[in-house]
Design a protein around this ligand. Structure first.
Ligand code: DQA
Length: 150
């Protein structure tokens, strides 16, 4: 049976494709999801993905809490702006038994100083930034390769 991973996306990532395209690129989140799944199949990786996006901190926390007793093997999360502000999301992430990979499409170190603070990253095992549309693909592969090497 394929491993199940979940990919959670925070606020404003539903606007990918129109939002600040010089930073985030021209693909929508749905197009990035389809691209990610297609590349994983081409690479022969058997991993089942669930995708979730919300602009609401509360909905994100509910979703994270629902993973506590689930069969999800890893969480890939782009908390977006909540990465820089949300102790509540950090606390929810700290309850999870599975590994967490935090991703950001942009390299936040090239951007405003407030983006360098990542409260949520404290709960993650891997952090990846600056890979654009490949962010989720590389995060999933990083987790799969890490498991292999353990
Ligand atoms: C982001 C970076 C955050 O600083 C920003 O608030 C986002 C997207 C990224 O994917 O590069 O919404 O997480």
């Amino acid at each position: 049976m394929a491993n199940k991973f979940i990919v959670i996306n925070g606020p404003n990532l539903n606007m990918l494709g129109t939002r600040e395209t010089s930073i985030y690129g021209s693909l929508t989140l749905d197009e990035i999801a389809k691209y990610t799944e297609k590349r994983l199949v081409e690479l022969g990786q058997k991993v089942e993905l669930e995708w979730f996006q919300s602009n609401s901190e509360s909905a994100l926390i509910q979703k994270i809490q629902s993973l506590v007793n689930s069969d999800i093997k890893a969480l890939i999360i782009n908390p977006a702006a909540y990465s820089h502000t949300s102790v509540a999301i950090l606390d929810a992430l700290k309850m999870l038994p599975m590994p967490i990979v935090e991703v950001h499409l942009s390299n936040t170190h090239h951007r405003e100083s407030f983006r360098q603070v990542k409260l949520t990253a404290k709960a993650s095992t891997i952090i990846m930034e600056g890979l654009g549309k490949n962010a989720y693909l590389m995060a999933i592969l990083a987790q799969l390769y890490k498991e292999e090497s353990l």
